[in-house]
Design a protein around this ligand. Structure first.
Ligand code: DGJ
Length: 724
């Protein structure tokens, strides 16, 4: 997997090769990343040419063909002649900016590295390559870490910086990866949106200059996602060269791609440099978040499959990796804040007979929380609503045969709360400036240990007071006016990152103290849906938008990186609370089966016929959940094209089973006669469709499956295929 040969470093996965070379003057050049090639020093591709206005470093003397501005860099730095996107930017005590990196050494370590306090893929049997660069003037070692997940075609990267000198160095930017392509003709796909409409793919060719997507909201955000794809202009689901880059980080990030003057592309991905400045005192180290790279020469579908498998098997941790997830009912859309123990018990009573196994009590159970104006931060049960506390409520729910789950929002506080009155200085707020509220709440300074300890102590008491199987960890605002009372002026640029480290630390603590509890991430739906969170929370509420038709788009966009088993998806009541649209219970169920399945309604308020539909849906999901959550996922159509159908498919790894889900669009007169071409089947097997007739896999893939004619808007069908 890792070959080191006289300054040439080659990483192989099953289908890809990644290579770099410590070349002339100790500059580490990136020689290649792409489909696997054997036995070759690929630096022959690098051209040394004299280009006007491209500067030459001192060691190169009169050789005008050696310029950092032209050569492909493995980890770029600014200020010393490379004018393209930097990965590293330092500020030295003399006020100078930039960095100058030269090759120092390398080592190969057994096993894939882990990162203390940060999420990272697990490597199994793998190895780690560490290439050490140094900036002599700064006294800084820059260690480039490479992990190889061979079977998954994933290369992971992270960077550790060590101050070996005698002076403090300020890190102004330290990206997790820099990737130079010796070509300029690629598309960039980013995943963008807003609250209640997250992760819509935006695709376009890179033009000269920089295109970037990122977040300065303190979390990875609804607006952009720390995941991007670069691909050939002609690439589609089943063809074309594609690259994916994914950051395992839940805070401010920047993904930037530059098409340079010489038609080369550079991608950088890492913590956003805005408001970031980390002081590294002599002897100290700093570790960037991990980034993961994936490449496929056969289109976007295999790219997603590789990422999905790696996330399912190497990122999500036990006991949830590959395991069934409970079908849950959450009371939020049914009751909002307006509930008491009897109302919850009656919802549970109507849900249990339909096979729903987990009842989740959402926001409103604690402190003086009867609206979003008050109570956040006071993690003690509101006994007016829930007399006897969880000790009384949980057995009542359990007596219906359901497990119990709880909503929390640890990072936030209302000013109208006991916590804020006792510790007004614990919030992030700039002295002398006005408060910046969002949803009437302020953010606690999670960079501070004593703040985290206090909140965790209160939560631990609640979580230990009853048998709690599940927690929904929510966060409902973006960070603004960020200033930490615990940091000196010159270290305020560390506050955002320390906040994220604080969140990770607390999640890890909760995982350790409650190892069997399922933690679902949430941030007003999908505002912190990223691979960093998935290390701690194996599923994340995908969006506050539960409209089945909008969900088709949200889940489609999400699927490019994240597997179905990570996407929280629920059936809710109609008309939908976000859009006012009404679609059938059947279609809402089909859409929600594109994720960890559940309901968000009061089943006692629907018709007996609808309850029967739910009973069948739950039974169907339970029967096929391994296929739905762990199968290979195929996008059969693009819901953004407004075609007559949106369709997707899951295929079991042995190809003996598949599930095809189809939702029709708005009806038109004379609906099309559509044969849907399936994917991923074994052409030589015969598949029985929904227990009826059987057809060869080859026919179903090449000639297609005739879809029924829709009658009315937004109908849906599921076709279960089993090999004979
Ligand atoms: C935002 C979440 O996304 C909702 O599901 C719900 O939990 C509310 N917060 C509660 O305040």
């Amino acid at each position: 997997m890792i070959r080191c040969d006289n300054g040439l470093f080659t990483l192989h996965t099953k289908h890809t090769t990644y290579q770099m070379k410590a070349g002339a003057h100790g500059v580490l050049l990136h020689t290649y990343y792409g489909p696997r090639v054997e036995g070759c020093d690929l630096s022959y591709r690098i051209r040394y040419v004299d280009r006007g206005f491209s500067p030459v470093p001192e060691e190169a003397g009169r050789d005008r063909t050696f310029s950092l501005d032209v050569l492909p860099q493995e980890y770029s730095a600014c200020g010393m002649g490379d004018f393209r996107l930097p990965a590293l930017d330092l500020e030295l005590p003399n006020g100078s900016r930039g960095a100058d990196l030269r090759y120092k050494s390398f080592r190969v370590e057994e096993g894939k590295y882990a990162l203390e306090g940060l999420p990272a893929f697990r490597g199994g049997e793998g190895e780690t390559l560490v290439v050490v660069l140094e900036d002599a003037a700064a006294g800084l070692d820059v260690e480039l870490y490479y992990g190889v997940l061979e079977d998954y075609d994933i290369i992971t990267r992270a960077v550790k910086l060590f101050n070996r000198g005698g002076q403090a160095v300020k890190i102004r930017q330290a990206a997790s990866l820099c990737l130079d392509f010796q070509r300029g003709d690629l598309d960039l796909i980013t995943f963008d949106g807003k609250h209640v409409l997250e992760r819509s793919p935006s695709r376009g060719p890179l033009l000269p200059g920089v295109r970037s997507a990122g977040s300065v909201r303190g979390s990875s955000s609804h607006q952009h996602n720390p995941f991007v794809i670069l691909c050939e202009h002609s690439a589609g689901e089943d063809h074309g060269l594609c690259y994916a880059a994914c950051l395992l980080y839940s805070g401010n990030f920047q993904a930037a791609a530059e098409r340079s003057q010489f038609e080369n592309i550079r991608l950088t991905l890492g913590i956003h440099p805005w408001h970031f400045c980390w002081t590294l005192a002599p002897g100290e180290g700093f570790t960037t978040p991990e980034a993961a790279l994936c490449c496929s020469k056969d289109g976007l579908a295999p790219l997603s499959h590789r990422l999905h498998r790696a996330i399912r098997e190497r990122l999500i941790r036990d006991p949830w990796a590959g395991q069934p997830r409970p079908v849950l009912l959450n009371n939020w859309e049914a009751t909002m804040f307006d509930f008491d123990a009897d109302r919850l018990a009656s919802i549970a009573k109507s849900a249990a007979p339909m096979g729903i196994g987990l009842f989740v009590m959402d926001d409103g159970w604690f402190g003086e929380r009867s609206s979003d104006l008050a109570g956040l931060g006071d993690w003690t049960v509101n006994e007016e609503k829930l007399p006897g506390g969880l000790e009384a409520l949980v057995p009542r729910i359990q007596s219906q045969g359901m497990k119990f789950g709880l909503w929390i929002e640890p990072e936030m506080v209302n000013e109208d709360s006991g916590l804020y009155r006792a510790h007004p200085d614990w919030v992030l707020q700039i002295p002398g400036r006005g408060k910046v509220r969002s949803r009437h709440q302020l953010a606690l300074d999670f960079s501070r240990q004593e703040v985290r300890d206090h909140v965790y102590g209160a939560l631990k008491t609640v979580l230990s007071s009853a048998d709690i199987s599940y927690v929904k960890w929510d966060v409902n605002r973006s960070l603004a006016a960020v200033w930490s009372a615990a940091l000196p002026a010159e270290r305020q640029g560390e506050a955002y990152h320390r906040y994220v480290l604080g969140v990770y630390g607390m999640l890890e603590r909760m995982r350790r103290d409650f190892p069997h509890m399922l933690i679902e991430g949430c941030s007003g739906g999908g505002g912190r849906f990223d691979a960093g969170m998935l290390y701690y929370t194996p599923q994340i509420w995908c969006s506050d938008n539960t409209d089945a038709i909008d969900r088709l788009r949200i889940q489609y966009g999400t699927s490019f990186c994240y597997p179905v088993c990570t996407m929280g998806a629920h059936v809710s009541a109609v008309p939908n609370a976000q859009t006012g649209r009404s679609v059938s219970m059947e279609t809402r169920g089909v859409a929600a089966m594109h994720g960890t399945f559940g309901y968000e309604m009061d089943p006692s308020r629907i018709t007996p016929e609808e309850r029967e539909v739910i009973r069948r849906q739950v039974a169907f999901f339970k029967e096929h959940q391994a296929l739905i959550l762990q199968g290979d996922y195929y996008r059969l159509s693009d819901p953004f094209q407004n075609g007559p159908f949106t369709a997707w498919e899951q295929v079991s790894p042995d190809k003996r089973e598949a599930l095809v889900s189809v939702v029709s669009g708005q009806i038109q007169g004379g609906p099309p006669l559509w044969n849907l071409r399936l994917k991923g089947l074994d052409p030589d097997l015969r598949y029985q469709v929904n227990g009826g007739g059987s057809y060869p896999g080859g026919a179903l893939m090449e000639a297609g499956w005739p879809l029924p004619l829709p009658w009315g808007d937004y109908q849906s069908w599921q076709f279960y295929l089993s090999a004979l």
